[in-house]
Design a protein around this ligand. Sequence first.
Ligand SMILES: [Zn+2]
Length: 314
Amino acid sequence: MRVSTLAAVALALLTAGAGAARAEDVALTFDDLPQISLSHATAYAEVTTRELLAGLKRHRLPAIGFVNESKLEGPDKPRRIALLTAWLDAGMDLGNHSYSHGSLSTTPVADYIADVARGETVTRALLAAHGRSPHWYRPPYLETGPTAEVRQTFEAWLAAHGYRTAPVTMENSDWMFALVYDNAVLHHDKAQAARVQASYLAFTAAIVPWYRQAGLELLGRRPAFVFLLHASRLNADSIEQLAAILTANDLHAVTLDRAMTDPAYSLVDTYAGPDGLEWLTRWSLVLNKELPWATLPPEPPGMEAEDARLDAMP
Ligand SMILES: [Zn+2]
């Protein structure tokens, strides 16, 4: 099939269902459970989890958490497993984010598959107790395979084990603010915590409409979005404001299962390469259409460098 024909078919598929109310749906997905944090203390994770889940329930926001089971290891393992149980008890879903958050671009595929299989040990049992099974896989760094062969090998394994890849079509670089916020919280520096949170929320309020506009320009309609967030204290302390940003953008939170019924997600993206690309970028490659990068809101200056500095600390 010629590229132009492929693009036309893809566009027809993507624009199916245009105008339906559900086009404003957004699925909230939280990676790196039980927590992404500067603190390794289980007590810190417990506060984060409790506040995050309480906020999601208070605003009736369904969500799925993607687990790195390597983060359960240690003397506090039962307490850390209890954090995952809390997600299920709060009515949320859990998915697999690999055991150790490895890179498919740099890890031999057989080793990577073994790590993903190891990553569902606890989660599968917890879901089974709720009559469910894991069926979403979120690739760390959004890496889906450095070559077509690796990608096919891994996706065949996923399919054979009942998994689908959970894509990402909206994100706010929340990871970049999370450790900087933790640093302020751990130093009881309320003024600095408030500054980081304000910067985070301003950036989120700017970039959410960018994604909606980018989706509209790319597809000719607004698709259901899948929003990548992380299980952080920053998000736990910001659910109120994040919910307000969603409302201000006419976004209605739904489960990942529901968002993924949008026809946009049935388009097979053909990207094979080492980069971890979001799906709007993947679709833009299939459709041979540019995303409006020129209007992408700039990240707050210095935030990424501060995150890298904190991340490098022992
Ligand atoms: Zn991750």
